[in-house]
Design a protein around this ligand. Structure first.
Ligand code: FAS
Ligand code: PHB
Length: 389
């Protein structure tokens, strides 16, 4: 089969890119390894930057988000029982939208179905060919049948473990990585959120986060050692530990319940440069990974799609190659700033086993500055709600 843009990966990056391209008259084929049900079973991000909200609306995939999403004008930060608020409106003049990545993905699938988009699920042995030539193509096996997709461009939206990034020769790729000495144990529970706004909690026992998906669905995280497994954390132990790390008055009103989903995610910072090689363009987790502390992962995928969709539309509809030539540098400029913010917030709020009293003192000094300086809080609000595209 032939198309203009072959998109590897049917997660949020691939689907949003396909939707924006299709709306501009650019043909795509989305090639996804897993079934749609499997993709929609993943529980991941929960906070959308305002730029992501506007991009989803532009993609005609924002109606349910606007109905069911929750606008947040701030978040809380705690250090033991000391709590202060980051006001997003005061600091950045915009809110964020709390709306789960699972629902974003569901809405994007529905929008693609409405356009009659071509999405191939359960694709195996996906391989990219002639990316540095004029006529790249993708081969794959689907339901035992070999398939070839000829295209003008390939978008690698296949996540951290996909085949796209390795398709850039090692001699060309520059990779930057920091692995953190802990993970996040996440629990989804059908309980009312303990707070109207997210609480980022620093504690001597470790970081905790109180988030949500709806007025009846809560999402909580606690920092755990990398050696821990989900089975080490029965529900009772999780709730007791979460209560220890939240401010006492918050813990006292925490409604607990059975975990619907429970998983441990490792934390890493990772960037691959360049994000383009020949006719291959990396997008989202295929190119970079951020620790979830700053709620940037999904939003950076949307950021890349903002730049790449405009570039590919210009190239495919007007023969204007300026956008694709500057895509990597343009996307990376924003990626690195989000990388920095996510790293800074992770270093500030987590308990590092090898931290000296001096480094813990630095954490306390930075929290004290945030607690007392509207300028410091405005800087955090500007980054958290999303720097401009
Ligand atoms: P995705 O990984 O979502 O999608 C890639 C798609 O490509 C997948 O559907 C995969 O099946 C497919 N694929 C892979 N290899 C393929 C191949 N060879 N051929 C075809 N298809 C292939 N971000 C936050 O902001 N907040 C969070 O709390 C948060 N929690 C997370 C928890 C976990 C466990 C993980 C893994 C990530 C989390 N993230 C979080 C980050 C996450 O939300 C990503 O940033 C987001 O999914 C990025 O979207 P994509 O780039 O589309 O990648
Ligand atoms: C979530 O709700 O899953 C979430 C929210 C904010 C974060 C990370 C995860 O920083």
């Amino acid at each position: 089969m032939r198309t203009q843009v072959a998109i590897i990966g049917g997660g949020p990056a691939g689907l949003l890119l396909s939707q924006l391209l299709n709306l501009a008259g650019v043909e795509t084929v989305v090639i996804e390894r897993k079934s749609r049900d499997y993709v929609l079973s993943r529980i991941r991000a929960g906070v959308l930057e305002w730029g992501t909200v506007e991009l989803l609306r532009q993609a005609r995939a924002g109606d349910r988000m606007d109905r069911e999403g929750i606008l947040h004008g701030g978040c809380l930060m705690s250090d033991g029982d000391r709590v202060f608020r980051i006001d997003f409106h005061q600091g950045a003049g915009r809110p964020v939208m709390v709306y789960g990545q699972t629902e974003v993905t569901r809405d994007l699938y529905a929008a693609q179905d409405a356009l009659g988009a071509t999405i191939l699920h359960e694709c195996e042995d996906v391989a990219l060919h002639d990316l540095d030539g004029e006529a790249p193509f993708v081969t794959l096996t689907r339901h035992g049948q070999p398939l070839r997709v000829d295209c003008a461009y390939v978008a690698g939206c296949d996540g951290f473990h996909g085949v796209s990034r390795p398709a850039i020769p090692a001699s060309v790729r520059r990779e930057f990585e920091k692995v953190y000495p802990f993970g996040w144990l996440g629990v989804l529970s059908a309980t009312p959120p303990v707070s109207d706004e997210l609480i980022y909690a620093r504690h001597d026992r470790g970081f905790a986060l109180a988030s949500m998906r709806s007025p009846v669905l809560s999402r909580y995280y606690i920092q755990v050692p990398l050696t821990d497994r989900v089975e080490d954390w029965p529900d009772d132990r999780f709730w007791a530990e979460l209560k220890r790390r939240l401010p006492a008055d918050v813990a006292a009103r925490l409604v607990t319940g059975p975990a619907i989903e429970k998983s441990i995610a490792p934390l890493r910072s990772f960037v691959c440069e360049p994000m383009r090689w020949g006719r291959l363009f990396l997008c989202g987790d295929a190119a970079h990974i951020v620790p979830p502390t700053g709620a940037k992962g999904l939003n950076l995928a949307a950021s890349d799609v903002h730049y790449l969709s405009r570039a590919l539309i210009a190239a495919c509809t007007r023969g204007d190659l300026a956008g694709i030539d500057r895509y990597s540098a343009e996307a990376l400029a924003r990626v690195w700033k989000a990388m920095r913010f996510s790293w800074q917030l992770t270093m500030l709020l987590h308990r590092f086993p090898d931290h000296s009293p001096y480094e813990r003192g630095m954490q306390e000094a930075e929290l004290d500055w945030l607690r007392n300086s509207p300028i410091a809080r405005a800087a955090l609000a500007e980054n958290y709600t999303g720097l401009p595209f």
